[in-house]
Each structure stands twice: as C-alpha cells, then as structure tokens.
Design a protein. Structure first.
Length: 339
C-alpha cells in the first residue's frame, strides 16, 4: 500500500492497572521492565506502544489472549483511559480532549464493532442500524434513509423488519457492521468481530468485509488472534506480546522476516504462498503481452490456479491498471512447493 497520511498515531502509550499507576510509572523511569512493573504492584496491559494507522488502510493488531490487544484498541478510543502517552487522531491529541469532546468524536467520527453483537432485541434490523443516528439527533426520515442504505450495503435487503432473534449469527453480525457504518465513521474499530461465528460463516464474513472495504476505503483498526484472518485482511500487522508490540509490518514482511522467536513461532505454519504478493515475485517491466493479467497486490496462492492449464506467463498490473511486470510459471511453482 502506498504511503499516505497517518490518520491515527500512538506515541509511547501505556496502560497500567493499580493505585496511582501514572505516578508509579513516572517514578520507575523510561521503559521499565515487566518485572519492575509487577514488583511495583501494578498490572501491565499496554506497554510503550508506538504505531501509525494510515488513511484508508486495514491495520490489524493481533496476539494471543492476554497480550493487550483489546485493551489497546479501547485506549485508542479512550473507552479505557491510558496511563501515559499520546494518541493523535487527525493531529488532535485525544488525551487532551474533554469527555464531552470524546463523546462527540465517538458518535460522529468513530465506528465500533465488537465480538458480541449487542443488538437491541426489541428493535427491528432497520431500527437497530438507525439507532446511533437517533442518538446523534438526526430526523427520523434522514436516519431511516441512511440506515436503509447500510442494510442494503451489507446484503440484508428484505430483512429490514426482522428482529435479531430471527437472524443467523452471520446476519446479526452484518447488522452490527451496518450499525457502526451508519454514522459514516472516519475511523473504524473492529475487535474480533467474527470470532464467535462458525468457520464457514466466518469465512463468508471475511469475504464480505473485503468487499465492503473495496467500496468504502475506510481507515480500520482490526483486532484478531487468528493469523490466517490477519494475513487475509491486513495491509499491515502489529503483533503484541505481554502488552508490547514486538513487530510491525506487512504480512509478507512478518512471515518472511520474523523479528523474534515469538513471531517466528506464530508464523511457522503459515504457507508462504498465502502472503507473498505477486509484486514481490514478478519481473518488472512490460515484457510480452499476455491475454491474462493479475493485480500486483494478489497473493501467489490466489493466482497459482491460473497456471494449471500450462500458461507460462501472466501480465501484472499496478493500481492504475497499467502493466508493471510479468509473473512466470517457473517462479510460482517452487514457492507453491515450499521453496
């Protein structure tokens, strides 16, 4: 993904639980260890996090249970108050904003989807989606019109008058997604939104999510513990352990160049063809014309079936549709076989 302006910036963000946490952290000095924090009687959730989320990208934060990822995403929206650091949203330091200002920012500029759908059982699909617009004070005709657009966008047209109990798990999650999108957020937080779903429905929702992002181009912070989900959705990934970010980068960078033994173990079972992009394996330049073409952003596993009929070369296109290189069968096969 090309470099774009950062929408959200974290600088040395900490979240410690315990009495006088900010005072104790200041007394411990710069970058205290986990052991020092524990000895001081505090519980560490987020430690010295620095990251930038760019305009229009899907930034995935992942880690095992207890790694601090959900606490971090709540710090980013100040649903949980950070102990120290800076969080800049469009250049504004959210930690300096009043609670009233934060409430307006959350209502009008942030969308949130969590693992538990939290739909209102006495409301129809349409009224559930329109509810945050009612909180904003919009006129009923305006909020119903916008809610109808969101319901259609997530593929639930015809179910507007259904109640949550009449929907499947995947349909309920679509309602949750539509509701969060109804406020037309600049920044979209999703905390393990698909983890409660059955594997087949989860895969369908990932496909739906990719489709929505291709249309909406939102700036997204997505939390998951599933590495397959992360590499499928992410433009960039941050891996957390014990409250720290131990590595950030594209899925390809993290899988091919793990920075620590922890990351190496995390990525050990991932097939390289799932993460290596066509743009990394192609030979640059126009080359000979081919009657087939693929995007440079596609993964090798996605394009490999195109070579099954004996095709030797496929043209590679850039974001503008122009040919930027050629992908050859001879380069794809060794990677698919584990090379």
């Amino acid at each position: 993904m090309p470099d774009t302006e950062a929408k959200l910036v974290c600088r040395d963000v900490w979240k410690l639980f315990g009495n006088r946490a900010a005072e104790v952290l200041a007394r411990l000095g710069a970058n205290p260890s986990l052991e020092e924090i524990t000895k001081a009687g505090l519980v560490s959730a987020v430690r010295a996090v620095n990251l930038e989320v760019r305009e229009g990208e899907i930034f995935v934060i992942m880690g095992l249970s207890g790694s601090g990822k959900s606490t971090l995403v709540r710090c980013l929206s100040r649903l949980v108050e950070p102990t120290a650091g800076e969080i800049l949203f469009n250049g504004q330091n959210l930690l300096a904003a009043s609670e009233a200002e934060m409430m307006l920012i959350r209502r009008h500029k942030m969308g949130m989807v969590f693992q538990h759908f939290a739909l209102l059982p006495h409301m129809t699909v349409l009224d559930n989606v329109a509810f945050p617009l009612e909180v904003q004070g919009l006129a009923r005709n305006v909020r119903i019109e916008r809610a109808q657009k969101m319901v259609t966008l997530v593929g639930l047209a015809g179910r507007e008058d259904s109640y949550p109990r009449q929907l499947s798990g995947g349909q309920q999650q679509r309602v949750g997604i539509a509701r969060s999108l109804a406020v037309e957020p600049e920044l979209w937080f999703l905390d393990e939104p698909f983890s409660a779903l059955d594997p087949l429905i989860r895969r369908e929702m990932q496909d739906e999510f990719v489709r929505l992002q291709s249309v909406l181009k939102k700036t997204i912070v997505f939390i998951t513990h599933d590495f397959d989900e992360a590499i499928r959705l992410a433009d960039r990934i941050a891996i957390m352990k014990d409250g720290e970010i131990v590595q950030q980068g594209t899925p390809e960078e993290i899988v091919l160049h793990p920075a620590t033994d922890y990351v190496r173990e995390f990525t050990r079972a991932v097939a390289r063809a799932k993460v290596v992009r066509v743009g990394s394996l192609m030979k640059a330049g126009g080359g000979g014309a081919s009657d087939r073409s693929v995007s440079q952003r596609a993964t090798i596993s996605e394009v490999a079936p195109m070579f099954l009929d004996g095709t030797e070369t496929i043209s590679v296109t850039g974001d503008d549709g122009a040919i930027v290189g050629q992908l050859s069968r001879g380069d794809v096969i060794p990677l698919m076989l584990g090379g």
